[in-house]
Design a protein around this ligand. Structure first.
Ligand SMILES: [Zn+2]
Length: 357
């Protein structure tokens, strides 16, 4: 079966294994420290309930995530020219999340701040809106540096987060990099040559918003620098947040830091962290924009932001959409129609916002 991701994060659409090849995960016990927003006490399990199988390796990874001290990881350089020391890994699976089984597990390392924040946010969403998990894509390599298929993701401060998705019945659909159109809809085309196996999906707006809100409102939320996401998904998330009376500060932050870059980010969000104040002396460098709020935060910590200079390392070669389309082989009509329609939103827009020009 051919399954081609039609989207990318500064990267080429890549072949991914079929859903059938994904391992059946076992749910580890949720023994990670409770997320910042207190998780309600779980109802006592009936005595006959089977004990969930806990993969000891995953449980150990989860324990390690929350045992780690933020000072133990150091991000140096910039996201497009950087390295990483003392990284920790996002576990392959945990409460409310999984690492994309189609991705290389060697690319799930980040700073302690980043990994703790995303694992915590996944736990908050699971407690508030159970029933669908978030899927994390690439972070960085264990020591950082160039990572295949990405222009950035080098310094442990970037993570790709796939959108929460629902199937046609409104039930959880294990996330894949499926481009979402301005109506909030997409299709898992699987074999692009035949329509027989197509599965329609929709963006799970409430959970996707809940994840970013948990991230921005949670511990360390101030250290999130940017969220790259296609303009129409940004709009949908903001409309939902306003309609449901979400936290005004989270809405304002999200509106400020979201931007659609050259690649559309219509099948995932790319979230970037600022340098931790303690990493700046070691050579951590932020790319623009460095908001006034961040300068004040650093000044309070007695350090000054030093913006990243020009890229030193060679920019990795990234496949263009046209190349990927040519490489993908035969496509049935609704795939080509979708790709034609997609041209309307894959170009970088100029919404005129202060930090998104
Ligand atoms: Zn990315």
């Amino acid at each position: 079966m051919i399954l081609v991701s039609l989207g990318g994060c500064e990267r080429a659409p890549t072949a991914a294994p079929s859903a059938a090849e994904e391992p059946t995960p076992s749910e580890p016990a949720a023994t990670a420290p409770a997320p910042a927003a207190a998780e309600p006490e779980p109802a006592p399990a009936p005595e006959s309930a089977p004990t969930p199988t806990v993969d000891p390796a995953i449980q150990a990874e989860l324990d390690a995530v929350f045992a780690a001290s933020p000072e133990s990881s150091t991000s140096t350089g910039s996201p497009i020219d950087g390295d990483l020391e003392g990284a920790i890994a996002v576990p392959l699976r945990g409460p409310g999340f999984r690492f994309n089984p189609a991705k290389d597990p060697g690319s799930r390392y980040g700073t302690v701040e980043l990994v703790q924040s995303v694992v915590r946010a996944a736990g908050v969403v699971r407690a508030r809106l159970p029933g669908n998990d978030v899927t994390f894509g690439d972070l960085s390599r264990e020591r950082g540096g160039v990572i295949k298929g990405h222009a950035s993701h080098q310094a442990g401060r970037d993570v790709d987060v796939l959108f929460y998705l629902l199937d046609a019945k409104g039930e959880a659909f294990p996330a894949k990099a499926i481009p979402i159109d301005p109506a909030g809809e997409g299709t898992d085309y699987r074999d692009l040559a035949t329509p027989d196996d197509d599965i329609p999906v929709t963006l799970d707006v409430p959970r996707t918003w809940a994840f970013v809100a948990a991230l921005l409102s949670g511990e360390g939320g101030d250290e999130v620098q940017r969220i790259f996401v296609v303009e129409h998904v940004r709009t949908m998330l903001l409309e939902h947040a306003r309609e449901t009376g979400a936290d005004a500060a989270a809405i304002e932050r999200f509106a400020e830091i979201t931007c659609q870059p050259g690649f559309p980010h219509d099948d995932h969000m790319h979230i970037r962290w600022f340098c931790a104040a303690g990493d700046i002396a070691a050579g951590c460098r932020d790319m623009k924009p460095i908001y006034p709020r961040q300068r004040e935060r650093l000044a309070a910590a007695g350090v000054k932001a030093t913006p990243a200079g020009k890229r030193q390392r060679k920019r990795p070669k990234l496949t263009t959409h046209a190349e990927a389309r040519a490489k993908a082989g035969p496509m049935h009509e609704s795939v080509t129609d979708f790709l034609d329609r997609r041209k309307a939103w894959i170009k970088r827009p100029h919404p005129g916002r202060e930090y998104c020009k």
